[in-house]
Design a binder for this molecule. Structure first.
Ligand code: NAD
Length: 482
């Protein structure tokens, strides 16, 4: 599909996300012809910028992302950008915005199509959505809303936000973005599971012992202490990225590869999500806080962090479903800041068995999502000298040339919005289940706080606290990624 006409309105047009991700993504979509002559982008934010200034910002953002580009293409692309200074709480500003959008619609023949992108602080999402409705900003063609994360801070606030958004958009028009779903190897989970008969027949509770998802961040909270201290790893990472990955790993096979059917399969799985009670949280979850020495970082001494904070910068635990191919199989996860290296990977542990060679080790299938995109299998085979067994890896990976062509997640996901494919966005029914789980864990931790139980401290540059091995149900199990 090419040349999809639309006026896109970006709330937060002067922000970091627009600069680093959205503008470069749109430029690449323009180079590919997805958007051509019939589009306009309105950047709105508080600052009093001119159209020309925004165009300069867009050009700079594109250069920063791609380096050298065809300057004629870039100038033509940037000429479609317009700026409107806007306070999201002022009704009058929506009136001006509406007028600008309809003028640009006419100028560029956008057929009444609108894409609204909420790329600013989440506390404004609801207000903007309501004003889009009460000031009738929607167009006469298609209307789509892209919402950044986080979508709420717990189930109750997410429900309020959802209601505000649904005042002007129906569920099919809402694209809740999670850039992990735009990542190459996350998008490769379903083909890996369902396009390989060998893997497909083994992907069940009889053969898979456990799955381990690690999402390690090298950095600490940096300048985001104020936000992070109210959030923590559970809300910041598990509620969205980790749950998205787990859902793809555990969902049943969809009847067809359409966005509708994929969401049906996801929802069927998530309805059977086991919500942990207080005792299960105490037994099966480990929360930690990084605490270095003088030369490294200590969370409670970071700027804007409460010195008595109980906020977790690390969490390990597990997710379990009652239904689906992996019913009852523990899917362990851990995520944290100030870890040894930036790494997102999934280890699928196939059960070891007794064999002619005695008890053989588990086979593991590893999917590396970040920073490299690759999959490998550990196979057991004979040593050259014979006698013993050894483990070797077989790889699915890209050449450097192919790796360089992997598009950024944002580009993929924004393309999906233009072509109306919601496969890689979060539906409300899915999000609701994620929040139920997170709320249950947070409530149990709140009780622990009241009882004076604090997160365990862990030294930076490792893989979190040593206690994280306590999450395994079988004491013989351990983290594959060490
Ligand atoms: P930012 O602080 O850099 O930008 C916020 C934008 O909102 C600015 O353009 C600012 O002018 C505008 N704004 C603030 N108050 C306003 C008001 N009253 N009226 C009008 N405009 C106002 O934030 P960001 O990093 O770009 O993040 C935006 C959203 O994207 C957040 O929801 C964030 O969680 C999400 N997000 C960001 C990143 C990232 O890499 N930056 C990654 C994932 C998700």
């Amino acid at each position: 599909m090419n040349n999809i006409p639309a006026v896109m309105i970006i709330f937060g047009g002067s922000g970091d996300l627009a600069h680093r991700k959205i503008y470069p993504a749109l430029f690449n979509l323009y180079r590919q012809g997805l958007i051509q002559d019939n589009f306009a982008v309105i950047g709105t934010a508080r600052r009093p910028w001119s159209h020309d200034y925004l165009r300069e910002v867009v050009s700079t953002a594109v250069h920063e992302f791609f380096g050298e580009v065809n300057e004629d293409d870039l100038a033509a692309f940037a000429s479609h950008f317009y700026y409107q200074s806007h306070d999201v709480t002022s009704v009058d500003h929506y009136k001006t915005l509406k007028k600008l959008a309809s003028d640009l619609d006419e100028k560029y023949a956008c057929q009444g199509n609108r894409i609204f992108y909420l790329a600013m602080a989440p506390s404004f999402f609801g207000t903007i959505a309501e004003h889009i409705a009460d000031q009738h900003l929607t167009g006469t063609g298609f209307n789509r809303l892209i919402v950044e994360k986080p979508f709420g801070t717990d189930l109750a606030s997410a429900q309020v936000l959802n209601k505000q958004i649904r005042s002007s958009f129906n569920e099919e028009q809402v694209f809740r973005i999670d850039h992990y779903l735009g990542k190459e190897m996350v998008q490769n989970i379903l083909p890996l599971r369902f396009a390989n008969p060998m893997i497909k027949v083994l992907w069940n509770k009889d053969n898979i012992k456990n799955i381990q998802v690690t999402l390690a961040e090298r950095l600490g909270v940096e300048a985001r202490g104020g936000y992070y201290d109210q959030s923590g790893a559970m809300r910041d990472m598990v509620q969205n990225h980790i749950f998205q990955i787990i859902t793809l790993l555990a969902m049943p096979e969809p009847s067809r590869l359409t966005d509708q059917e994929i969401h049906v399969a996801k929802e069927a799985l998530l309805d059977s999500l086991v919500i942990p009670d207080e005792a299960a949280v105490a037994r099966d979850f480990v929360r930690g806080q990084y605490a270095g020495t003088e030369t490294t970082f200590e969370y409670v001494k970071e700027p804007n962090v409460d010195p008595d904070s109980n906020t977790e910068t690390f969490v390990a635990g597990h997710v379990e479903f009652k239904h689906g191919p992996l019913a009852g199989v523990p899917i362990y996860f851990r995520t944290g800041k100030e870890m040894r290296e930036k790494k997102t990977r999934i280890d699928v542990v196939f059960k070891g068995q007794r064999s002619l060679y005695g008890q053989v080790a588990d086979n593991t299938l590893t999917i590396e999502v970040d920073p490299t995109d690759q999959i490998y299998f550990h196979l057991n085979g004979k040593t050259i000298q014979g006698g013993d067994l050894r483990k070797e890896k077989i790889y699915y990976r890209f050449s450097d040339e192919e790796q360089a062509k992997v598009p950024d997640g944002y580009e993929r996901l924004i393309r999906d919005v233009f072509v109306n494919d919601s496969t890689n966005f979060t539906r409300w029914n899915e999000l609701r289940q994620y929040w139920k789980f997170v709320d249950a864990v947070e409530a149990a931790w709140q009780k622990q706080n009241e009882a004076g139980v604090k997160p365990v401290k862990y030294p930076p540059y490792l893989l979190g606290p040593a206690e994280s091995k306590q999450v395994f149900q079988d004491p013989g199990d351990s983290w594959i990624y060490k």
